[in-house]
Design a protein around this ligand. Structure first.
Ligand code: CP
Ligand code: NVA
Length: 347
């Protein structure tokens, strides 16, 4: 697919927040994907432009992160900006200082603020009180920097136009990653299927938002518990951890029982009927017992793989590390587009 960012469309994102997919128009969303592809190519060239020289950004994390934090830091560095990282224990936010006050203080010092936490209302409040762009680095409701990356990764690994691509997410379809994929896929006009037991189906608010977008893009949306129906003909199969950050660890036993039939193994991939099917995962992934959590769960439940088997995770079908790299390029596009000076463009 040809990806070219329109300056005019990207320009409309200058000074804006990036909180959830539906806050952007179809054209803005697609231009951001295209800009990420351009920035990815440009990174390999000598003598890059540093579009954010002299800027400073704050990264507020109330939950753990590897990819999102590193992508924001490296993207900012590539473009000449400097970063302050505030971990879950090292700011007053939420303990001794309100969200509103934190937003107003950081706005006096920084050109933009990233936030990762639980309640989506917190990032909305930060944005309401901040005078600078606020970026959602994950809340319980949405993970828009992830879905932007997921779209770019699918386009790169397919010869099809976005409208012809089918992606099937299997697992906990109520979570942030599934909800964001649904809306992002709708913005791209894709065929998006969320496949989960009924108890873990996405909330109606997310489905409604995606349906409204799909009405204008022609996207096809399927919410189903039926694995055969959900997987038939899929180009990409996507899964995520069965218990998300912030959920009580006791959930694991119930979740394993609910989601065991939806674990991504070779047999599940066969249901696509597509020998070219590719496997996606936002990461971190529990695909064996080489993590502390994996070992704890294995000794308690006897199960040694969870949302994906080691065979699939390590197979040639798996493009999870290409996907992880794209966090950098897509987050850079968000920074460049939203921190651009109004009316001056991004070049
Ligand atoms: N996919 C993702 O958001 O990874 P991190 O939790 O490591 O940031
Ligand atoms: N659904 C996962 C995504 C991690 C990137 C979580 O919220 O923990």
């Amino acid at each position: 697919m040809t990806l070219l960012a329109s300056d005019a469309t990207i320009g409309s994102l200058a000074g804006r927040d990036f909180l959830k997919e539906v806050d952007l128009t179809v054209e803005e969303w697609r231009s951001l994907v295209a800009l990420a592809a351009e920035l990815k190519m440009e990174r390999r060239l000598p003598g890059r432009t540093r579009r954010l020289a002299g800027r400073s950004i704050a990264l507020l994390f109330e939950k753990a992160s590897t990819r999102t934090r590193c992508a924001f830091e490296v993207a900012a560095h590539d473009e000449g900006a400097q970063v302050t990282y505030l971990d879950p224990a090292s700011s007053h936010l939420g303990h001794k200082e309100s969200v509103a006050d934190t937003a107003r203080v950081l706005s006096r010092m920084y050109d933009g603020i990233e936030y990762r936490g639980s309640d989506h209302a917190t990032v909305e409040a930060l944005a309401a009180y901040a005078d600078v762009p606020v970026w959602n680095g994950l809340t319980d409701a949405w993970h828009p920097t992830q879905s932007l990356c997921d779209v770019l990764t699918m386009l790169e690994h397919s010869t099809k136009e976005a409208e012809q691509i089918a992606v099937a997410y299997v697992g906990d379809a109520r979570n942030n990653v599934a909800r964001s994929l649904l809306v992002a896929g709708a913005l791209m006009g894709m065929d998006v299927r969320l496949v989960s037991p009924a108890a873990l189906a996405p909330g109606q608010d997310a489905v409604r938002q995606a349906e409204l977008v799909a009405a204008s893009t022609g996207a096809r949306l399927t919410i189903t518990a039926d694995r055969r129906r959900g997987l038939a003909g899929a180009d990409f199969v996507y899964t995520d951890v069965w218990v998300s950050m912030g959920e009580p660890p006791e959930r694991w036993d119930e979740r394993i029982e609910q989601l065991a039939p939806y674990a991504v193994d070779d047999a599940l991939l066969e249901l696509t009927g597509n020998p070219e099917v590719r496997f996606l995962h936002c990461l971190p992934a529990l695909h064996g017992t080489d993590t502390e959590l994996g070992r704890q769960l294995a000794s308690r439940t006897g199960r040694t793989s969870f949302e994906v088997t080691p065979d699939v995770f390590e197979s040639e079908r798996s493009i999870v590390f290409d996907q992880a790299e794209n966090r950098l390029h897509t987050i850079k596009a968000v920074l460049v587009a939203t921190l651009a000076s109004r009316g001056e463009g991004i070049r």
